[in-house]
Design a protein around this ligand. Structure first.
Ligand SMILES: CC(C)(COP(=O)(O)OP(=O)(O)OC[C@H]1O[C@@H](n2cnc3c(N)ncnc32)[C@H](O)[C@@H]1OP(=O)(O)O)[C@@H](O)C(=O)NCCC(=O)NCCS
Length: 154
C-alpha cells in the first residue's frame, strides 16, 4: 500500500512525547493520535491519559510508529535491557488497515532495532493474537509460566 511511513523513534520518543511529532519531524498532535489509536483498537490500553502515555513512552527503549500521511495507523513499543531480555508491548494496527502486512512491519522494525537486536530473549503477552505472533516466529512457552501479582486491577 502506498504512502505508508514507518518511524523508528529515539529511545523514549522525546519528539512524539513532547511535541507530538510525526513524519518529517512535523508537529501533528501525535500523542493525541496515539491515545485515539489505543482507545479504538487496543482493548487492553483504553483510557490512558496523555500524561501517562508520556511516561510510558519515556520508559520504552524502542518505539515504532506507522503513518499514512498525517494519520497514525500503527504502533508498537518495547522495553529492553539491551542484552538479556526485551518485552514487546502495545502492538496495534488501525482496524481498516489490518491484514495488509503492517503488523509484521511493526514487529520486524522492533526486532531489528538496536535496542533489541541480539537480545537473548524476547517476550510478549497476548490475549487474542497468538496466531499472528506465531506467523512471525514466536512460540508458546511451555517451560515458563506467566504469573500476575494478585490484588491488582489490571
Ligand atoms: C494483531 C495485529 C497487530 C496484526 O496486524 P496486521 O497488520 O493485521 O497483521 P499482518 O497483516 O502484518 O499479518 C502478518 C501475518 O500474520 C497473519 N495473521 C494476522 N493476524 C492473525 C491472527 N489473528 N491469527 C493468525 N494469523 C494472523 C497474517 O495472515 C499474516 O500472515 P502472512 O504473512 O502469511 O499473510 C492487528 O490485527 C491488531 O492491531 N489487532 C488489534 C490489536 C491487537 O490485538 N494487538 C495484539 C496485542 S498483543
Amino acid at each position: 500500500m502506498a504512502g505508508i511511513r514507518l518511524i523508528q523513534h529515539a529511545p523514549g520518543a522525546p519528539g512524539l512525547r513532547w511535541l507530538g511529532l510525526g513524519p518529517g519531524f512535523k508537529p501533528t498532535r501525535g500523542l493525541l493520535k496515539l491515545q485515539r489509536l489505543l482507545n479504538k483498537h487496543a482493548f487492553w490500553a483504553q483510557g490512558r491519559s496523555t500524561a501517562n502515555l508520556r511516561k510510558i513512552l519515556a520508559g520504552s527503549n524502542v518505539i515504532i510508529s506507522l503513518w499514512r500521511g498525517k494519520r497514525l495507523v500503527g504502533f508498537g513499543r518495547a522495553t529492553s535491557d539491551g542484552i538479556c531480555r526485551a518485552v514487546l508491548w502495545d502492538i496495534v494496527v488501525a482496524g481498516d488497515l489490518q491484514g495488509h502486512g503492517f503488523g509484521r512491519q511493526v514487529i520486524d522494525a522492533l526486532l531489528g532495532a538496536p535496542g533489541i537486536r541480539g537480545v537473548e530473549r524476547v517476550y510478549l503477552m497476548t490475549t487474542k493474537s497468538q496466531g499472528f505472533y506465531e506467523q512471525l516466529g514466536f512460540e508458546n512457552s511451555t517451560s515458563q509460566q506467566l504469573l500476575l501479582l494478585k490484588h491488582k486491577n489490571n
